[in-house]
Design a protein. Sequence first.
Length: 355
Amino acid sequence: MSGTRPVTRRGVLSQALALTAVTLVPTALSRRAAAQDNGGGIATVTIPNQRGPRPGTWLVLLGTRAGPGIDLAHGQTASAVVVDGRPYLVDCGYGTLRQLVASHVGYQQISTIFFTHLHDDHTGDLPALLSYQWTNGKTTATDAYGPFGTSRLVTACLAVIRDNVEIRTADEGRTVDANAQFHGHDVAASDAPVPVFKDDRITVTAIENTHYPARSKAKMMHRSLALRVQTKDRSIVFAGDTAYSANVAKLAREADVFVCEIADAGMLEQMEERAKQAAAAGNPNNIYRHVAETHSSPADVARMASEANVKLVVLNHQLAGPTVGNVAYPATAFIDAVRKGYTGEVVVGQDLMVL
């Protein structure tokens, strides 16, 4: 695992944000870390790993790849908001459990989970997370909040881990009742902000975004949400998977941090062309149409960020453009595209980046 992560185009975040970019890696790796530039003006900053809870609000990007594919470079979508040492998980795609360990956030400490929607690249590691919390000795409750289906999802996870629980209860004298430990809560989807959760450190509200078109919602109860996490010193908005959404811009108004998906405009154009071909072949509601119509182009990101007047955009759930020869799609291409319509700070997220 690399000991460095890109921070911003100019190498540091705006002082007005009072954010510090770090990587949560073992101290030995941090000592080897050095500032670097990838040719596009993006430097990296690391600090030695700090023992004990860090005060304040931290955003940890656990997985930043787009979609349900599996690769070795990036985990599926997941982030943690850590407030005065207490972590809250937002989405839980495949690889999240490992990334919680790699980031030093830890998984036994997770007691509150929020889902933007229930595609498997946002939920795939939930059964593993709950199972290993129980197996490795967590005794307190874990609650998951998300759109319609979240309660059913947690119930299904309990069914998945039932045999493990029964075996270890009989064979190892376990006393914690998993069925009473893990809970799912469905959140109403609305065009107005809806309260989701509140404790002594965060307040979370949700609004429906535009990841599911009307033609699909007419046939199902499932919905997709954007989430706003408010702490004593930061407001962080997770757009979720979405195309341009006036609702998201409304929820993100004056936010400190706007975590938004992004898809290369050229890739979206390719998806649109493939969608037409699939429709002509008799499949009008195809995966290509879904990608083309329900994900954010750089222009969509810039429009929402500008309308909301957010201070910092963090690009997540990234669908990059094609590799040219042996040259990978440059992160600066995302930044340059967003900056055509947004003048604030832009960060291209990477796995294990911390803001």
